[in-house]
Design a protein around this ligand. Sequence first.
Ligand code: BTN
Length: 335
Amino acid sequence: MKTDRADILSLLRNSTDYVSGQQLCDKFGVTRTAVWKVMNQLKEDGYLIESVPHKGYRLLKSPDDILSESEIASRLTTEWAGEKICYYDVTGSTNNDAKRLGEEGTPHGTVVVADVQNAGKGRRGRGWQTLPGTALAFTLLLRPVFAADKASMITLVMALSVAQAVEKMAGVAATIKWPNDIVVSGRKICGMLTEMTMTPEMDEIQYIVIGAGINVNNASPEEFAEDIRDKATSLRIETGRLFNRAELLNEILNRFEANYEIFLKTLDLSGIKEDYQKRLQGVGGEVRVLDPAGEYTGVSQGIDDSGELIVIKENGETVRVYAGEVSVRGLYGYV
Ligand code: BTN
């Protein structure tokens, strides 16, 4: 029934004219009663559907923002990313869900999405808050065939994809705080957490999960936890508009497919480096590298083809900072 709902919804969304009940029955092999039930469910969810006798149904308006499996599936225009969608109204962490599905053999491209996470995970063992109706929290599972040392670059591929999607949908400039925070107006709008699982023999990647949490419809800074209030923002705060999270997800996944294909050709970031770099914050400026082995200050030169940040230290030494190990701060404030 869920698939019928998504299929019917996408047919309505993509038709400019009325779609007759008979057409829907024939196309999806369902009864008139089933079609009628789906229409009622959709109306209950806030879709404005006109039904005219002898003509059929027409979708007049979708809710500004609704997150559901059918909404997501009906918006997807990707080739493979999101071919399988697992949606939860409430879950612990979409990364953990994706890893569980990974163990169960879920296919490459599976996407887990949740409206609420009550045990969301951030980087460096921190938590990540996902409150109802506000964020796009999703995890994409990949089953790549490349060597494990290439995996850290995938997060940068996703970072570029999110920045591009945010720019396209919201019309705001999105910058990247190396390696993968997305920043708008000097405040963080998205964080990412990538986790990799090797095969039991430890010689190949079994799967990688890339989780992203994007602040979309948070109405005001007061909605963020106190400790991040002055560092975080949302698309709504920046633009004054509500965004459809399923549409944003579709945009991100389309961008990811395109960028990932470029990455796969060379197995490095050479093909997307220019696009990444022009959004990268602080190039040519001073940064502080919070390396557990010893903090230091230097001037950022941007990334190399493997996504490492090139920093020239005060003593003239050039260091390549590996994304997995350290955190980099601009000398002034969050960015
Ligand atoms: C960070 O610390 O900046 C990374 C935050 C990553 C949050 C996302 S939300 C979706 C996915 N599920 C999780 O538990 N974490 C990631």
